[in-house]
Design a protein around this ligand. Structure first.
Ligand code: SF4
Ligand code: SF4
Length: 213
């Protein structure tokens, strides 16, 4: 999870940092559970495949966007990526502006990628009866995933993770297209990011910290 810990540490003690730490915990849980699920059912993506990112523009919550924004402001610092997101604002079908053929796993923000990017092709989804179903991703021409699997209601499905995300933060019910959501969070976080980068003083008006008597 390289990158997430650094960001959570940098923003710890701030309101923004609280949500980021909760989200990092959920992402860690998902990483563990999807890895187990994929191992158990022999599910893998095609070697070097990133087709979903080329044909997709995720809707994400403010909290997911905040973690990506913090990563871009504090660690990545890539002006070209910010321009790409601004250019992609009206694009609803992809490619995702964070897609990069050269990046590890083809994602420029891989350690902080949103929830759907962690789940697509890596977990079951719930059917109308509440049972789990896994269907091979339609871009997986190498057939490195089973075509169709069915489960009982005991299997954790995409919707369960989505509810868990929404339970973390009151702003999670509001979603927006990835470029809009991240650019908005970058704007909101930029002052705080500059403060934490300067040396950890996150007190916005720089008023003296009360001393114990
Ligand atoms: S989910 Fe499908 S399109 Fe995305 S990387 Fe895996 S195989 Fe490729
Ligand atoms: S954020 Fe990363 S993983 Fe998600 S769609 Fe964009 S490039 Fe793909």
């Amino acid at each position: 999870m390289g990158g997430i810990e650094e960001i959570c540490t940098a923003f710890s003690g701030t309101y923004a940092g609280e949500g980021m730490a909760l989200l990092a915990g959920l992402y860690e849980q998902i990483e563990r559970e999807t890895t187990l699920f994929c191992t158990e059912y022999a599910i893998a993506c095609g070697n070097g495949c990133g087709s979903c990112c080329e044909h997709f523009m995720p809707d994400i919550t403010a909290l997911e966007a905040r973690l990506v924004a913090a990563y871009l402001l504090l660690l990545k610092k890539d002006a070209h990526l910010v321009d790409s997101m601004a250019d992609a604002r009206k694009n609803t079908s992809g490619p995702c502006p964070l897609y990069s053929a050269e990046s590890p796993f083809h994602c420029s923000v891989y350690p902080v990628r949103p929830l759907i990017c962690r789940l697509f092709g890596a977990c079951a989804s719930g059917d109308k009866e509440g049972n789990g179903v896994f269907r091979r991703c339609r871009y997986n021409r190498e057939e490195t995933m089973p075509l169709h699997l069915t489960f009982g209601p005991e299997v954790v499905v995409m919707q369960d993770y989505s509810y868990a995300l929404r339970a973390l933060d009151s702003s999670a019910a509001k979603v927006a297209l990835l470029p809009d959501a991240i650019l908005e969070q970058m704007e909101q976080l930029s002052f705080l990011a500059a403060m934490v980068e300067k040396g950890g003083n996150t007190n916005p008006d720089d008023s003296p910290t009360p001393q114990a008597s």
